[in-house]
Ligand binder design. Structure first.
Ligand SMILES: Cc1ncc(COP(=O)(O)OP(=O)(O)O)c(N)n1
Ligand SMILES: Cc1nc(C(=O)O)sc1CCOP(=O)(O)O
Ligand SMILES: [Mg+2]
Length: 216
């Protein structure tokens, strides 16, 4: 297997509708200055063409910085963009199909919403899991019930790939999510809606470090 999973510690998922009127590229670049390590383009209201344009603009800025861009749901757009990978959920194109289309070097992430999903993750195909929602979230209309930290900790040993936790994660609870076994925190509103997206990302970086230190 030739791909290497990048640093997933602060994984930004975009939502320009939550960005308080700011340009998405500005929000993303501020987050990266603050220490965001991965960006997922997730604009549920955008047309394919709009997503392609947003993706091109982001990729042009992120690639020189070495920050991977993952596309939510749309394997076709990930291919068209030459993005670093795709994130698929349990109702999206199956990971094995995404892998076949994108090839061996692409990153393929899969959502895990509870113990019943664990058997759907083949580590030969999937590079990382997005486990959630951990806490209630207002950023995903069709989110499943919150799992909580104890369920995350129970599931973690059964996941043979790196794990990012998602759903309701913020500066106040990020360290606890890492302490429960996640390798990274994935956030929408904690960065996109923050007064200062750079500061918000840097606070999450510190919280992740604190969570890692608590595991030693
Ligand atoms: C990192 C990460 N984890 C989980 C999700 C959710 O994906 P999915 O279940 O397909 O839901 P949508 O994001 O498509 O609404 C994610 N996007 N990223
Ligand atoms: C995109 C997404 N996926 C989720 C899942 O549980 O799979 S929760 C979610 C939204 C997370 O937004 P916020 O950080 O603002 O709570
Ligand atoms: Mg999806």
């Amino acid at each position: 297997m030739s791909r290497r999973v990048p640093d997933l510690s602060v994984y930004l998922v975009t939502d320009r509708l939550l960005a308080r009127g700011r340009e998405l590229v500005d929000v993303v670049l501020a987050a990266v200055r603050g220490g965001a390590t991965v960006v997922q383009l997730r604009e549920k209201d955008a047309s394919a063409r709009e997503t392609l344009e947003l993706g091109r603009a982001l990729l042009g800025r992120l690639r020189p910085l070495g920050v991977p861009l993952i596309v939510n749901d749309r394997v076709d757009l990930a291919m068209a963009l030459g993005a670093d990978g795709v994130h698929v959920g349990q109702g999206d194109l199956p990971p094995v199909v995404a892998r076949r289309l994108l090839g061996p070097d692409a990153l393929v992430g899969l959502s895990i919403t509870g113990p019943a999903d664990l058997s759907t993750l083949d580590p030969a195909v999937v590079d990382y899991a997005g486990v959630g929602p951990i806490f209630p979230t207002g950023s995903k209309a069709d989110a499943t019930p919150a799992l909580g930290l104890e369920e995350l900790a129970r599931m973690r040993p059964r996941l043979p790939v790196p794990v990012v936790a998602i759903g309701g994660i913020n500066a106040a609870n990020a360290a606890s999510v890492i302490a429960a076994g996640a390798d990274g925190v994935s956030v929408v509103s904690a960065i996109c809606s923050a007064d200062d997206c750079e500061v918000a990302a840097s606070v999450l970086v510190r919280a992740v470090r604190q969570g890692l230190a608590s595991r030693k």
